[in-house]
Ligand binder design. Structure first.
Ligand SMILES: [Zn+2]
Ligand SMILES: [Zn+2]
Ligand SMILES: [Zn+2]
Ligand SMILES: [Zn+2]
Length: 233
């Protein structure tokens, strides 16, 4: 892993480390100004959760999501930005309780472990400072961790879920020549640049794009199908 874990605050566009971003976001004056301006014009206030989601410590997202959104909504977002390859099952675990995909509940409803549906609203299952875990795909599983960093009263305007910050893409070196890799090999897990593609022995059909996601290189994952509509200007 070449580059450091860093990302850009969506509001002030300054760069912070992955470890320092949460603290910055809670203090960012530009963000506070935007939050205050969104309450003008008599907009109604509701509970908004600030959640940090991490995958294998290199990948992280800070998001805001209304407290009345459901675990299903969060699942859909995570699939869209980081995970979805071929419609695998997923589940959240919060305080020892599993919240499963509806499809899983239908199929395995008589299993020993009682589990609930993901159609729960965040405010009914998560409190400030709570942590949770999440799994996507019970075969080649991608594990994520979440933490509720803060809950505020506010209004997100048009945003259903707001990305406050995310890790900048990492630069991976080609295992053949050391240049910036654009592909990763499903077979041998090496990184490969465009120039070295032809000479890589595993064949081009084993190549997957390098993507900014904890699911990179797994099960044919080739990047988000959701357009990441946030790019810092
Ligand atoms: Zn900022
Ligand atoms: Zn898959
Ligand atoms: Zn190369
Ligand atoms: Zn290979």
């Amino acid at each position: 892993m070449e580059s450091k874990s860093e990302g850009i605050c969506r509001f002030c566009l300054k760069k912070f480390s992955g470890a320092g971003m949460g603290r910055h976001l809670s203090a960012c004056k530009t963000r506070q100004g935007k939050n205050a301006s969104e309450l003008k014009a008599g907009r109604k206030k509701y509970k908004i959760y600030h959640i940090k989601i991490s995958g294998y410590k290199y990948y992280w997202l800070h998001i805001e999501i209304p407290g009345n959104a459901t675990l299903d909504d969060l699942d859909e977002f995570l699939r869209g930005i980081w995970l979805e390859c071929c419609g695998h099952m997923s589940s959240f675990t919060i305080r020892g309780v599993k919240y499963d995909d509806e499809r899983l509940l239908d199929e395995f409803s008589d299993w020993d472990m009682p589990s609930q549906s993901m159609n729960k609203r965040l405010y009914s299952v998560l409190k400030v400072k709570d942590g949770f875990s999440y799994e996507y795909d019970f075969g080649s599983t991608t594990y994520l961790e979440g933490h509720v960093l803060a809950v505020r009263e506010g209004n997100l305007g048009k945003d259903k879920i707001r990305i406050l910050a995310r890790n900048n893409p990492y630069v991976f070196e080609c295992d053949h020549c050391g240049k910036t890799a654009t592909n990763t090999c499903l077979e041998c897990e090496e990184f490969v640049c465009d120039q070295c593609l032809d000479s890589h022995a595993c064949g081009e059909e084993m190549m997957l794009d390098v993507v900014n996601s904890p699911r990179m290189g797994v099960c044919g994952y080739g990047g988000p199908d959701m357009i990441d509509d946030w790019t810092p200007k």
